[in-house]
Design a protein around this ligand. Structure first.
Ligand code: FDA
Ligand code: NAD
Length: 428
């Protein structure tokens, strides 16, 4: 017997984008029984950013249900009960193993066929493994990655058995920096190893990176830059005891966290939909090369109007807003225009907090007090302000840099911009 169910709307993936899509569907009057969300995680959608921050803290850690979507945008908190009350079918702990966009069906690992009229792909991304860089040992019990709640639970367990010991963090990006802070707070000695000359190389300038590195060093973190690991020493219990680096150094380790980037989960649709920049290509309505299929969040490569270019972003604000836009385009097509998105990234570690808007292209103009707690940078490209970074700002200041960046004002005098700093944004 072939089992099957049919829905008007199906969201494939149950992460951040799925949660915000559900909220938007309900706001636009979806009827009971029309919407289904399928996720291989056994939890209703939650705010993934909590996992590297509050979730890992030793005191009063964040736990579900407190961070289900959509608390991150000060919207209603969507608990499993909420989905039930709105007649939304949550199919959890269920992996979709194939998709047929011509037939408009998905096949789950449990053998069920789920058909749709409209599909929203929200499969997110997976963490890159060390094996993909030629190093073995990812399956050791104290080597951790961080993408989902199961990973975070594992890290919590490993932290508990490593108190007072040594952690080696591989990668100087978001995961590396945020986990390092959480481990320091849990009284673990942290060494960070990455190949670049400074942390957060995709976004930070050397000057911005130096500020954060010095702050971390004052908290006891050691940085080993310009090299990568070559192998692990593994004991007879299958636990890593040391990390060997390509430059010959050997770092004793009670635990390892790896954060070396992600790959979007596109494989179900390769050969069926057009791909670009490693993601699923969509238009300004988040619609893929197949009319009935939309893609949102980390997996979508969409036109960023402001830059006149297709980008794939890996940040929560983009997941939230692209999901809502797709639902709007599906349910009210005549009233929905092109997605006009201002990229927004942020992070919070220790007592620090920064926000970034726009594009880090062109020349960086730094401003503010780099020996204090409020500073930033503007990026100027082809005579216009295109990007803004601010550490330690107020709500008004963050709003001002966002607004200024969206307006792309002409910049004639970089020295004046440097002198004015945030005041420039407040005056735009
Ligand atoms: P997301 O990964 O959230 O969800 C995808 C879902 O699809 C998952 O539940 C997955 O299991 C499921 N899935 C995939 N394939 C499937 C299949 N075949 N069948 C069934 N289900 C399937 N950003 C930011 O701006 N600020 C921040 O502070 C942070 N912090 C942060 C911390 C950590 C630890 C991570 C991992 C990430 C962040 N991010 C972030 C990034 C942000 O969380 C990310 O951009 C969004 O979660 C993307 O949302 P999506 O819904 O696209 O994917
Ligand atoms: P990332 O792209 O931010 O950083 C990857 C880092 O890996 C690089 O900076 C580099 O230092 C390092 N690296 C690359 N190859 C390496 C190698 N062979 N050996 C050692 N190091 C190597 O990715 P991530 O930190 O893994 O984060 C994963 C995802 O989670 C990203 O999409 C990120 O946007 C998201 N995230 C975002 C936030 C935030 O926005 N605040 C927080 C956490 C996670």
């Amino acid at each position: 017997v072939v089992m099957g169910r049919a829905f008007v709307y199906v969201v494939l993936g149950g992460g951040v984008a799925a949660g915000y899509a559900a909220l938007e569907f309900v706001k636009r009057g979806v009827s009971s029984g029309e919407l289904c969300i399928i996720s291989d995680e056994p939890f209703a959608p939650y705010e993934r950013p909590a996992l590297s921050k509050g979730y890992l803290l030793p005191e009063a850690p964040a736990r579900l249900p407190s961070f289900h979507t959509c608390v991150g945008a000060h919207e209603e908190r969507l608990t499993p009960k909420w989905y039930k009350e709105h007649g939304i079918e949550l199919v959890l702990g269920t992996r979709v193993k194939s998709a047929d966009v011509r037939r408009k069906t998905l096949l789950t690992a449990t053998g069920e066929t789920i058909s749709y009229k409209f599909l929203i792909i929200a499969t997110g991304a997976r963490a890159l493994k060390l094996e993909e860089f030629g190093v073995n040992g990812s399956d050791a019990e104290n080597v951790c990655y961080l993408r989902d709640l199961a990973d975070a639970n594992r890290i919590v367990d490993v932290i508990h058995s490593s108190t007072g010991g040594n952690a080696v963090i591989i990668g100087g990006g978001y995961i590396g920096m945020e986990c390092a802070a959480s481990l320091v707070i849990s009284k673990i000695n942290v060494t960070m190893v990455f190949p670049e000359a400074h942390c957060m190389p995709r976004l930070f300038t050397p000057k911005i990176a130096a500020y954060y590195e010095e702050y971390y060093m004052a908290k006891g973190v050691t940085f080993i830059k310009g090299t990568v690991l070559s192998s692990f020493d593994i004991d007879f219990n299958g636990k890593v005891t040391a990390v060997n680096l390509r430059d010959g150094a050997r770092l004793p380790a009670d635990m390892v966290i790896v954060g070396i980037g992600i790959r979007p989960n596109t494989s179900l649709f390769e050969g069926q939909l057009t791909l670009e920049k490693g993601g699923i290509k969509v238009n300004g309505r988040m619609q893929t090369s197949n009319n009935s299929v939309y893609a949102v969040g980390d997996v979508a490569a969409f036109p960023v109007k402001l830059f006149g270019e297709t980008r794939r972003l890996e940040h929560v604000d983009s997941a939230r807003k692209s999901a809502r836009h797709a639902v709007s385009a599906i349910m009210e097509p005549e009233k929905t225009g092109e997605f006009d998105y201002l990229p927004f990234f942020y992070s919070r570690v220790f007592a620090l907090s920064w926000q970034f808007y726009g594009d880090n292209a062109g020349e960086a103009v730094h401003f503010g007090d780099f020996s204090g707690s409020k500073f930033g940078a503007f990026w100027v490209s082809k005579g216009h302000l295109v990007g803004s970074f601010l550490e330690g700002g107020t709500k008004e200041e963050y709003e001002a840099i966002a607004k200024a960046t969206r307006l792309k004002p002409a910049i004639e005098d970089a020295a004046e911009l440097e002198r004015l700093g945030v005041d420039f944004a407040l005056s735009v």
